[in-house]
Every structure is written in structure tokens, then in C-alpha cells.
Design a protein around this ligand. Sequence first.
Ligand code: CFM
Length: 543
Amino acid sequence: MGPTGPSAAEAREKMLDIYPKKTLRKRSKQMMVNENPSTPAEIGANSRTVPGIITQRGCSYAGCKGVVIGPIYDILHITHGPIGCGYYSWLSRRNFTKIRNEGETNYLQYSMSTDMQENHIVFGGETLLKDAIQEAYDEFKPKAISVYATCPVGLIGDDIHAVCKEMKAKLGINIFGFSCEGYKGVSQSAGHHIANNGVFKNMIGLDDTPSKGEYTINILGEYNIGGDAWEIDRILALCGIKIIGTLSGGVTYDEICNAHMADLNVVMCHRSINYMAEMMETKFGIPWFKVNFIGLEGTKKSLRKIAQYFGEKKLIDRVEEVIAAEMSEVRPVIEDVKTRTNGKTAALFVGGSRAHHYQDLFEDMEMKVIAAGYEFAHRDDYEGREVLPSIKVDADSRNIEELTIEEDPERFNLRKTVDRKKSLEESGFAFSDYEGMLKQMKKDTLVIDDISHHEMEKLIELYKPDVIGSGVKDKYVIEKMGVPCKQLHSYDYGGPYAGFKGAINFFKEIDRMTSSRVWELTRAPWHEADEAPEATVSEEVTA
Ligand code: CFM
């Protein structure tokens, strides 16, 4: 635990204290003390949020359109629904994009929606959608159009797939739809799965052009927030490793159609894209393993593992040279920052993978992560991939289609990847694995799934961490309580934080945030006037 405050068990009790019986039973399962990091206990995850609790989760549409497919920049994305869904998912996630090849188009600056009105809800919206596709085609002539269903579309039963099929035949371009109505599933996680299925069915494997480059990989689950993917690109290019497709940060439709020609898939965000990794392996024989380019140790380990996979001395040596050169820039920064961040505390509550990944960066700064949790991850993200067979399939997860994938008779093992995997496995190399967050966290730290505002406020009251990493919805609640909050969803206005240069950005930013004394002066609006900050503090600050 942190230097002050109660034990994790006591804090947990205090957070649960307020809940009525039924809620208490549910929340108890989702809040745990990490007593045995090496053999983690079972945690309640991926279950419905109790109505009335303020959650930070998003919806299935957000996970599908907003997270996984939305960043593909030369597809024209149409939201079929009322205007709010399209508007609020428009550029609010900082998945950066730039045009890289001549003739490409970037549609991400547009927010296309069918703008459903009341009469469409009553009489149906299929004609509206058809007209919207035609209008978009006439105006832009895109190479592909993707359609997303919002809640009302599912409720009234518009058949978006039939409309897409009809318009695909009529216009002669690839047009496909996603039944990612917001209510499908308990969070955006359902939308990830729906998106993976759709990308796999409608894009992967369409273009068999052999890839140029000696060591070719795809990076799955990297969305280029704040430019992270570009920093990863930079490092891998220095090493001589070629990325066919990054799914789906700063990526084009053509790159995704050609991604099955890569030698290897590496997975950054396991939560949002592990389905894709599995399906590509089953159909095309491309092996996958987990990487983490957030944090110095994670980045080094990931680069070395990729080099080891290809197994050529030339590449292994090159990776070591790149690491050495990059570290000579990072070392003076981290040595300096550590003198101020050492021993400080952090708590991380975000998404389905960053609450884990960012622990590496805080470890680099010698800070202590006293509590962490995901918003919508599943048990395997907490406890490790080996618990997958023991996860109960409930009614909510049964709602999401599981594709049945088979080996492609011609293209399976096209690049002898299956044989390479087999020989490496014999020497102890781990594939298709993900350790989970609990194993990395210290003993007796607090783990809270789908944290509520009440629990967050209690946590701050009890521990007052030096910094909290969280999402968009809770950021200002935290800051009004006098704790700096690094928004790890869109990075506020910062980034990149991946790789070596990204780590430097992060170290400097957390140093600045946790060293600033301005937070001591923060008074929440709900504080009484007579609780004004002590004069001594402001004098020192202004002195
Ligand atoms: Fe994966 Fe993501 Fe995340 Fe995620 Fe997200 Fe995100 Fe996130 Mo926001 S795909 S699970 S649904 S790493 S948008 S880029 S930051 S909540 S931890």
C-alpha cells in the first residue's frame, strides 16, 4: 500500500459500505485485494453495471465504430441513426491519421450520419440509409463504405445488411454493415468483437499481393492515439521490420485487405482485438503473441521477442543497436525525473488494457501503483488467458456472434509460419499468451473492475494518490478533488507515449503534474467557503 492510508482490505470495506444488499453482492465480486499475484483469485468482470451506479463505460457502437473500425481513414463511415451518435463519436478519440500515399483520401474529418428523425423510427429507415449511401457515393466515390447501426435501428428492425448488399451490387464497391447497436452487450467490449468479425469477413484476405520486406508483421490493437503508432513505426523501421497493417491506427482499407500476407501478428491491446489474432491464425496460420510498447522495459522486451521470432542474427543485432541508441537519449531524462517521482503513488482506472500497460511506465519512474482496474475488460485480462475455458458464457455474451473459421485450403501456411511457430515452441517460446494485469501488480494492491464515481471519491479520500490515470468521464471529478489526472484515453492534448520518445514525453508530463503544487490550492465547488486553502501554501507558491 501507499505510504499513508488504510490497508487495501479496509479501503474495500469502506467503499462497499454504502451499497444496498443486492448491489453489494455484485460489487464485492468486482473489487478485490490482490493477495496472490502469481495465482490470482477470480474477479467479477464483463457483467452488467447496476443501474444507478455511475460507470465510465461506453456502448457497443462506440467500441465498434469509435474504436476498432472508425480509424480506418479511407473508408467512408456512415452512422445509421439519430445525429447525436454520429456527432459524439466524431474525432473525440485522438486516433491520428495522415495521408501517406498519393491519391488517398482521409474521410475521418467528416461525420456522416443518416440523421434519423421520428418518422423514420415509425415508418422505417431503410430507404433513408439507401439514399445516404447513394449520396455519399455520388459525392466522394470512396473505395468502401461501412455502415453502423445505432440503438433505434435495432429496435425498429431496419435490415442494414440487406441494404448494404443491395447497394454493393448496384455501386460495385465494397459496402458492409455492423449490427453494433449500443445496447448489444454490457459495454464497448461487445462492439470490439462485432467489429473484429466484420473486418475479418469483409476485408481480411481480399488482396493476395505478396509483401515486400524481409520481416513483415501486423500490429493488432494499436489505434495511434496521440501518435503512438507512428512512434512504433519509427522504431520498427529503424530495426528493419516492415509493418503491413496496424489495426487500426492510421491505416488504409488496402493495408487491411493485404494484412494476411504478413509473417506474424503482434497484439498490443489484447482486449479489443484478440479475436482477430485467433481468426487469422486459424485461417491463414499466422502466429501471434502479445507485445507492449508502453514503457521502456515493455518496448525492449517486445522488440527482442519479435527479433527472436525471426531468429536471424542480423535482425537480433540491429534491434540491440536501436535499443542502445534510443536508451542513450532516454537515460538522462529518467534519471532526472526519478529523483522527484520515486515513491510517489498512482492509481489507474481505464479501458480494457491501458490500466495494465501503463503500470510499466510508472514502474520506470519508480512510482507505486496502489490501485488499478479496467472499465470493461474480461477475466482473462485480469487473470491471464489460461482462464478463458472457465469463463461462463452468459446471455449478454451469447448475443455476440462467434464466427466459425476454417483453414484456408490454399493460403494457410503460405509463408511457412506454422512450421516456424512449431520449432520455436519447442525451444520454449510463448505464443498466443497473455499474462493479465493481476500477475504484474504488487501483492495486496486494490483491484476494482468498472469503478464507480462513489468508489473513486472514496479512494481519493483514503489515499490521495499523487496522480490518477483515467478516462474522459471521470477526469474532472478527480481534478476537482485536488488530484492531477492524466487522461489515458485520449491523452488530454499530449502524446505519443509509446516507445522510447513516447516514454520521454510521459516521464516529463507526470513529473510536471506530480511536482506542481497547484493541486494543493484546488477547492471543489461543493466545499464550504470557510475551507479556503491555507495562506501559507499560497504564499510559498507565489513567492
Ligand atoms: Fe484497447 Fe484502446 Fe484500451 Fe480499448 Fe477504449 Fe482507447 Fe481505452 Mo479509451 S482499444 S481497450 S475501447 S487500448 S478508446 S485506444 S483508451 S477505453 S484502455
